[in-house]
Design a protein around this ligand. Structure first.
Ligand SMILES: Cc1cc2nc3c(=O)[nH]c(=O)nc-3n(C[C@H](O)[C@H](O)[C@H](O)COP(=O)(O)OP(=O)(O)OC[C@H]3O[C@@H](n4cnc5c(N)ncnc54)[C@H](O)[C@@H]3O)c2cc1C
Length: 271
């Protein structure tokens, strides 16, 4: 590990109230959840922050529950928790499918939904499912809570609306009408970062979300409107290919991503 552990400070609050006070009074602090993303950067010695806030003792943030018709997933719920939850399986099977694709079992056991969202990678596997579900991110600081629609949460590449004294405490999902679909395409079937990842819903409305094709996870309103308006799948695929502008990078080429995204749309519609 290239970061000298002895020079790091770790605060370990036992309640959410204390955690939020520490964030306000002792900040800036870096929240630490399952540490699967943070540890990679610590190991590489590329993480500039030295003061950490351990969220692992905040039990209520691990809960997954129903509030009326709304599914409320605590930010500290792990990918394994999502896979095992009867509420998540019933309400958002595409999120369960996404959680199953995150890393291997060890990563699924430690990595949290809040961490996947806050890490803000355009390749985060749960993010298209949350976008297609019109999820709401619940943020909290000492002054109270605010709820941000998932589509407004990211403001640019690895940038979010979250303030330094805020934590993601939960994700809320209202019932999703229609059939849900999820597919990740990577170098291998398992343990690979996505080249393209799609979540979609076909009901009275059509919702299509893509990861790894832009600076943030995106919804495709033009493609959605084409499909909802009765366009042929070939026409909708043409709309999609004009709507996204993926880039070449170490993981893939723009041309490959474009073609795969169009193919995935075809699969979604055909299945
Ligand atoms: C081997 C390996 C394979 C992986 N494979 C995948 C994969 O296939 N797909 C995928 O999407 N990801 C993958 N990841 C990335 C990672 O596991 C996930 O992003 C995971 O969900 C991160 O959650 P965490 O709890 O470990 O986050 P942490 O590492 O603890 O934190 C990540 C970031 O989120 C912030 N944060 C965490 N919780 C909160 C909160 N409640 N409020 C505010 N900020 C918060 C932290 O400060 C940090 O900036 C992989 C990682 C590894 C090491």
């Amino acid at each position: 590990m290239r970061t000298a552990i002895g020079t790091l400070e770790l605060l370990e609050p036992k309640t959410l109230g204390t955690a939020l006070k520490l964030l306000r009074t002792k900040g800036p602090l870096t929240p630490l959840a399952g540490c699967t993303d943070l540890y990679v950067a610590l190991n590489a010695g590329t993480l500039p922050t030295r003061h950490y806030l351990d969220l692992s003792q905040l039990g209520p943030l691990k809960r997954i529950r129903m509030e009326g018709e709304t599914l409320v997933i605590g930010a500290m719920a792990t990918h394994t928790d999502l896979i095992r939850s009867k509420h998540v399986r019933r309400m958002v099977p595409m999120l369960v499918a996404a959680a199953r694709e995150v890393g291997g079992l060890q990563i699924q056991n430690r990595g949290t939904l809040g961490g996947n969202i806050a890490n803000a990678s355009p390749a985060g596997d749960t993010l298209p499912a949350l976008a297609a579900a019109d999820a709401v991110v619940v943020l909290e600081n000492v002054d109270g809570q605010r709820k941000v629609p998932f589509s407004d949460f990211y403001t640019g590449y690895r940038k979010t609306v979250m303030a330094p004294d805020e934590l993601i405490v939960a994700i809320e999902i209202a019932p999703v009408e229609g059939r849900q679909w999820f597919r990740k395409v990577g170098t291998r079937a398992a343990q690979a970062i996505s080249k393209v990842v799609m979540a979609a819903v076909r009901g009275r409305a059509v919702r299509v979300a893509l990861g790894s094709v832009a600076a943030t996870t995106i919804r495709l309103p033009k493609t959605e409107a084409a499909l909802a308006g009765g366009a042929s799948i070939a026409d909708a695929q043409r709309v999609l290919m004009n709507e996204i502008h993926p880039i070449d990078d170490v993981r893939s080429t723009a041309a490959y991503r474009l073609q795969v995204a169009a193919n995935l749309l075809g699969q979604f519609w055909a299945e």
